[in-house]
Design a protein around this ligand. Structure first.
Ligand SMILES: NC(=O)c1ccc[n+]([C@@H]2O[C@H](COP(=O)([O-])OP(=O)(O)OC[C@H]3O[C@@H](n4cnc5c(N)ncnc54)[C@H](O)[C@@H]3O)[C@@H](O)[C@H]2O)c1
Length: 368
């Protein structure tokens, strides 16, 4: 790890090398337990949105989080930016950096590329939710949307769900579905990946659905499900209000954060009173959090009688917890580049630059 005056920097390849050493599902599950025990801090997110020159929705989200367990304090930040036009030019839609701060000095100690980390923690959350709330031993998973998150979900689920033998995928852009299927043949060879002709056929193909689209308009009715299903509503704006109303259970990662965000469908339904908070006796309502289920405070509901929705807002504490594990792995592997945070320019240089600007030609330029 870097000394007190340094910050360790990890690019994507180094982050992925370190992540290979980490049991990310275990880290995510542990962090959800800590969150349930109120050992975490999640300030409001900073959100900056704009439209880029192609007319595409673009945004920067700043997500702070802290995990404060006895003997181990983690403080950090993920800045994750995205433009929906990026995939057209061969770029991942989302990318950014994540930071770990020194608990004592508050200085940034680690800066790591966040695209892989963020996608992996999200897919790991889905895998943990599937373990606790999904059907026993699913053999197939349906995936709507065939971008970076779809790839990461297939990688994680292939490794985490031994019963899985196939995946059915659909994308509004057929070439993206074909590209995902081609990639999967080499990357997740245990899974037979088939392309659905339309979204309804994709949904109908299995009892596990993962939505990883960029749809801003809900479109998915309950009638598309031929039987009970587990739905990981990762992209947060796919399910129609009637699908929430028809669900036998709705689980979240953090109820307050979901309820406070009316930009997304479940937050909107809660703010309108169409879906109630978990404290209400009236249905439909939020059943509870995955952390409550893991800790045994709320009973798990599996898709036996009706469909079960997992609606993860996406918690910065998961990024921070996974990043801390990456930092440990980087320490073992000796990975990363050290950036000096304190040594400035030589004083003579600063004096010569400020000469003539101040009365005494002193170091003032540096303080400005
Ligand atoms: N909840 C969380 O914790 C969390 C975390 C990370 C990302 N996400 C969300 O996951 C989603 C996917 O992210 P990504 O990086 O893979 O994006 P991406 O742009 O790489 O891929 C999205 C794909 O969805 C396709 N698509 C758009 N509308 C569709 C529709 N109606 N039906 C089928 N396909 C459709 C697009 O053509 C694109 O190929 C985003 O909405 C992102 O905000 C959620």
């Amino acid at each position: 790890m870097a000394t007190a005056d340094e910050m360790l920097v990890l690019d994507r390849a180094m982050v992925e090398r370190c992540l290979a050493e980490v049991d990310v599902l275990a880290v995510v599950e542990h962090c959800l337990r800590a969150h349930h025990r109120r050992l975490t801090v999640l300030p409001d997110e900073g959100y900056l949105a704009w439209t880029n020159a192609c007319g595409a929705y673009s945004r920067s989200v700043a997500m702070h989080g802290a995990v404060r367990e006895p003997g181990r304090d983690l403080f950090g930040l993920k800045v994750i930016n995205a433009a929906t036009s990026n995939p057209e030019s061969g770029l991942d839609r989302a990318g950014g950096f994540a930071f770990l701060f020194d608990p004592q000095t508050a200085r940034p100690r680690l800066m790591a590329e966040a695209g892989s980390l963020s996608a992996l923690r999200t897919a790991a959350y889905t895998a943990v939710s599937l373990r606790y709330l999904g059907p026993a031993e699913p053999d197939c998973v349906s995936v709507l949307g065939c971008g970076a998150l779809a790839r990461m979900h297939l990688l994680v689920l292939e490794a985490a769900v031994p019963s899985l033998t196939s995946a059915c995928v659909y994308d509004v852009v057929p070439e993206r579905a074909a590209r995902l299927a081609g990639w999967a043949a080499a990357a997740v060879p245990r899974l037979r990946v088939e392309m659905a002709p339309d979204p309804q056929a994709c949904v109908a193909r299995s009892a596990v659905l993962i939505t990883v689209t960029v749809s801003a308009v809900p479109y998915l009715p309950p009638s598309w499900f031929p039987g009970p299903a587990f739905i990981a509503h990762v992209s947060l704006d796919d399910l129609l209000p009637e699908t929430f109303a028809a669900a036998s259970a709705i689980f979240v990662d953090d109820e307050d954060m979901v309820a406070a965000n009316p930009r997304r469908i479940l937050g909107r339904l809660i703010s309108e009173g169409t879906v109630q908070r978990s404290a209400s006796p009236v249905t439909p309502r939020v059943t509870g959090s995955l952390g409550q289920v893991i800790e045994g405070e709320v009973a798990a509901v599996r898709p036996d009688g009706g469909h079960v929705i997992s609606n993860p807002f996406g918690l910065a504490i998961l990024d921070v917890a996974v990043l801390a594990a990456v930092a440990d792995a980087a320490g073992h592997l000796g990975a990363g580049v050290h950036l000096n945070l304190v040594d400035g320019l030589p004083e003579e240089w600063l004096r010569s630059r400020s000469a003539g600007r101040g009365d005494d030609g002193s170091i003032r330029a540096r303080d400005a």
